[in-house]
Design a protein around this ligand. Structure first.
Ligand code: THU
Length: 157
């Protein structure tokens, strides 16, 4: 038997340490938490995706009285990007969240498993790593790729 330890490289940065492009995307993800429709969880998530055609597509979680019919911010953004900019490649995604106190979460909000899988599809389509920025109140976690967030992923059958 052989034991494998899978490491996830996470860079913790302060907002001021981000590049202009990273800061811009972070700002948009934060801004879009206000477009969240979350009357059930009161947890407001925003996502912003930078595409290689220069466009930025944003999303926010949209809940539904039939809970599973709702969707997360990340999937709302990535499907909007796919629908409105077919063929454009993802370059970077930023995610931010506000909790019931209305403040950005101290702990950076990480995408759920289903969103990781959905985002991975677009990273595979892009043919290169898609940087992921998880934005907390005072710190940002930078991950080099979606696949780093989803080790041992299901990618083909
Ligand atoms: N949610 C997101 O939009 N993205 C995440 O990364 C985690 C969770 C949403 C789904 C639901 O509307 C609310 O947050 C509570 O789970």
């Amino acid at each position: 038997m052989k034991k494998h330890n899978i490491e996830i490289p996470v860079t913790e940065a302060r907002y001021e340490e981000l590049s202009d492009a990273q800061r811009h995307l972070t700002d948009l993800a934060r801004q879009y938490t206000s477009n969240s429709y979350a009357p059930y969880s009161h947890f407001h998530v925003g996502a912003a995706i930078a595409l290689d055609n220069g466009e930025i597509v944003c999303g926010a979680n949209q809940e539904n009285v039939a809970y599973p019919s709702g969707t997360c911010a990340e999937r709302s953004a990535c499907y909007a990007a796919g629908a409105n900019h077919p063929g454009a490649r993802f370059e970077r995604i930023a995610i931010a969240a506000r909790g019931t106190d209305g403040e950005y979460t101290a702990v950076p909000c990480a995408p759920c498993g289903a969103c990781r899988q959905a985002l991975l599809e677009y990273e595979t389509l892009a043919g290169h790593d898609v940087e992921v920025l998880l934005c907390g109140r005072d710190k940002v976690f930078i991950l080099p790729s979606v696949k780093s967030l989803l080790p041992l992923a299901f990618t083909e059958f």
